[in-house]
Design a protein around this ligand. Sequence first.
Ligand SMILES: Cc1cc2nc3c(=O)[nH]c(=O)nc-3n(C[C@H](O)[C@H](O)[C@H](O)COP(=O)(O)O)c2cc1C
Length: 412
Amino acid sequence: MKKVDLSVEFCGIRFPNPFVLAAAPPTDDAEMIARGFDAGWGGAVVKTLGLEHVEVNLVSPMMAGLSYEDKGLIGLENIDLISDRDINEVLAEVSELKKSYPEQVLIVSMMAGSEKEWKEITRRVQAAGADMIECSFSCPHGMPEKGMGSAVGQDAGLTYERAKWVVEAAEIPVLIKLTPNVTDMRPIAQKVKEAGAAGVTAINTVKALLGFDLDTFSPVPSVNGKSTEGGFSGPAIKPIALRFVADVVKDVGIPVAGVGGVVTWQDSVEFLLAGAGIVEVCTAVMRYGFDIVEELTEGLALYLEDKGMSSPMELIGLGLPNIVSHESLSREYKAIASIDEDLCVGCGQCIVACRDGGHQAIEFRGRQEDGGLSDADDARIPEVDDEKCIGCGFCRTVCPVDGCISMTQRED
Ligand SMILES: Cc1cc2nc3c(=O)[nH]c(=O)nc-3n(C[C@H](O)[C@H](O)[C@H](O)COP(=O)(O)O)c2cc1C
């Protein structure tokens, strides 16, 4: 069996493993980053810094969670801003951290306004000993009002201009963190490439209005009765993030740091398959703590071993050739739902879903003319009508038992 080495090379930098703490509250302080590194994270993106004169005036509360049925925190909305800490203090911590953790990769996230400021902050971050720079062109709230954040990442011209300023001043690799709040990220990522940046980080949070308090009519998180649109993160945004990562890797061909909704090692494998070279994590760390990296690294190592691979780099982009246009999908392949009677718990959710969301192709075996069920032991086993089933797959998505409903190829 091949020995697995989790280290990866990304934009010319060697990471001990592909798991990196994203720019967010867990990386706003050296003590926290050190605990993250001790837990096993391969790198960290220090929370976005601005120059001294940028006023960062935080509100509270600044976060609210989205639950659905019994699933808590499927998404998180924040109206946090960039770091409100003094840049000199943070950069002094960066220098110390780099000395204590020479193997782990320290990326510093930053944001500025004019060319002079972008170049100045680049030089200062570099002088502090950062391994890489990540420029936030992507915060969806607060900063766009000042012509920064996603106001930059939503405009290909501004992205090119600012990325070029940073690249001109930088001697270390530069990542540009882009916003998903665009129709198509590819023309913008193309400009990042033309500006000479080493890579793209995708994605920052998705602009959202999380919901309302039904008694006060205030959106949440409510800041004394009012709120504003914020940035949505966590498991609910993973499909959006995967789409943007795949789009950029496939059509622009620039290295991508993938981020958005990663909780498990399986999620991280999906990002690698979509072409990401490293995987950043924020909300899951905030919720479950730095120690989740243990499961991420162990799970990924065992998966690679099982696949006969020795490095996560072997996985990068393997899923891309299987993403094709809708038109190119096979019309000869026909699927049908098949239900495993031994696993079925007789809940009937597939029947409701197929009846009112599909093609009325599933019914309890014991269903009688009057709509009731017979007394037979197997009366609550659902059966699929081959004639009516069009193989849409919706019944499988509502079944509460893993593997009970599968979509198999029709034989006729
Ligand atoms: C509370 C909070 C603060 C954040 N602050 C920053 C920031 O300062 N700079 C930045 O580039 N991204 C920031 N992010 C975005 C994350 O780095 C990440 O891109 C996003 O949350 C998606 O990843 P996730 O689903 O793993 O959380 C923040 C996210 C949260 C939840």
